[in-house]
Design a protein around this ligand. Structure first.
Ligand SMILES: Cc1cc2nc3c(=O)[nH]c(=O)nc-3n(C[C@H](O)[C@H](O)[C@H](O)COP(=O)(O)O)c2cc1C
Length: 200
């Protein structure tokens, strides 16, 4: 099993980075034969999508459409495509994923998806047919888990990214809320279990 983790925090060694590492450890504990790769987005040169639509208008039978931007996403696309499962981690800032993660998702959109036809004209549907799985880890500084529904618009985006682009089912999520008060340690065991769940 090939697992790819996407780490979309601006800070290395902090909440999301730590919890993604724990989830990776959980996958390896449950499946020692698994291969894992972690993509730390902040280390990559990722330009904004230019809305040129070269990807959307590329041959829909291709498993990966062409992106014209020559940056680090060119090496990331095949890594994502070769994965069986994903661990996705992003902080929640002002209710949403980081701008880093959104930039990455926009660059993935019609590379991994093709536009639907009538009656879903234009709606992204996965190019790939291989079924995959995913889990997600989100964090906030002060908003506790019981208030999640009011201020988490990141999870629906991740769910949509998984379903319409990666052809992955989002199995479960860990909401690491109020980490300024609780500290990261409070959530490390849950992140480990989430990793185990991904490969079970
Ligand atoms: C621009 C910005 C906006 C943020 N907005 C919120 C917020 O509305 N509510 C909250 O609880 N935390 C907020 N935070 C805190 C982050 O969610 C928190 O620092 C992050 O989850 C920690 O992840 P990290 O340690 O991986 O960076 C915000 C942080 C930034 C930088």
């Amino acid at each position: 099993m090939n697992i790819v983790a996407i780490m979309a925090s601006y800070r290395k060694g902090r909440t999301i980075d730590t919890l993604v590492d724990r989830a990776i450890a959980g996958t390896l504990a449950a499946n020692p034969g698994a291969t894992t790769e972690k993509i730390t987005l902040i280390d990559k040169h990722i330009e904004y999508c230019r809305n040129c639509m070269a990807c959307r208008d590329d041959d829909p039978s291709k498993p990966l459409a062409r992106c014209v931007i020559q940056d680090d996403m060119q090496a990331i696309y095949p890594v994502l495509d070769a994965a069986d499962a994903y661990i996705i981690g992003t902080p929640i800032n002002m209710g949403n994923e980081t701008a880093l993660f959104k930039t990455f998702v926009e660059r993935c959109c019609f590379v991994f998806a093709k536009p639907g036809t009538f009656p879903m004209k234009g709606v992204p549907t996965p190019r790939g047919t291989r079924k995959r799985r995913a889990v997600a880890i989100l964090s906030t500084g002060v908003v506790p888990p019981w208030m999640r529904l009011l201020c988490d618009d990141a999870t629906p985006l991740i769910k949509d990214f998984c379903k319409t682009m990666l052809n992955a089912r989002l199995l479960d999520t860990l909401y690491a809320g109020a980490i300024e008060k609780r500290t990261v340690d409070y959530y490390t065991q849950a992140a480990f279990q989430l990793g185990r769940e991904l490969v079970r």
